[in-house]
Design a protein around this ligand. Sequence first.
Ligand code: HEM
Length: 183
Amino acid sequence: KSPKEPAPKERHEVDHLEKPSPLTDKERVMIQDSWTKVYQNCDDVGVAILVRLFVNFPSSKQYFSQFKYIEEPEELERSAQLRKHAHRVMNAINTLVESLDNSDKVASVLKLVGKAHALRHKVEPVYFKILSGVILEVLGEEFPEVVTAEVAAAWTKLLATVYCSITAVYEEVGWTKISTSTG
Ligand code: HEM
């Protein structure tokens, strides 16, 4: 190993567009162990993630009728529609994490989520990528002891896999504007 190897840069971006390799057993265990801690605080963490998404990427609010014009973080935090979506996102992640060794289950959850967001909510898929970055950022900040560099790398891989599956579902249902920027 080269002694001059640069320190890994801190990355909060899920920018691999290619499907990553499957999770190793070790990565699965790291994700499941760290998630136990996160999920104990699922309401607070979920709301923190979504508030961060909507504050840092305001265009992502456009899909939410009840708070698309709200800017104050405190007010966003109180929004029932935001809190409900936070809960749903955390529950879906919980199901994925619990089902990491059941690829059929993972595929069926992501298919439902992808279809609903493409067809019903008409959400640009790039927001799933943005949300993945925000999830990594908030988990790293809120659980620094749990989310070590190795654990963060495992989560990055899982979230990249999720994003790839979601975009695949979008293509399947005929979404054509797969864009990689918020425009
Ligand atoms: C891991 C990522 C996500 C998961 C697991 C997730 C999950 C869900 C679920 C379970 C629902 C309710 C069922 C339904 O209406 O289909 C929902 C609704 C919705 N989602 Fe997501 N979602 C995710 C990401 C996003 C993103 C990135 C956006 C947009 C920026 C978004 C926008 C919406 C909207 C607008 C609704 C309807 C809200 C309402 O009717 O109050 N979702 N989501």
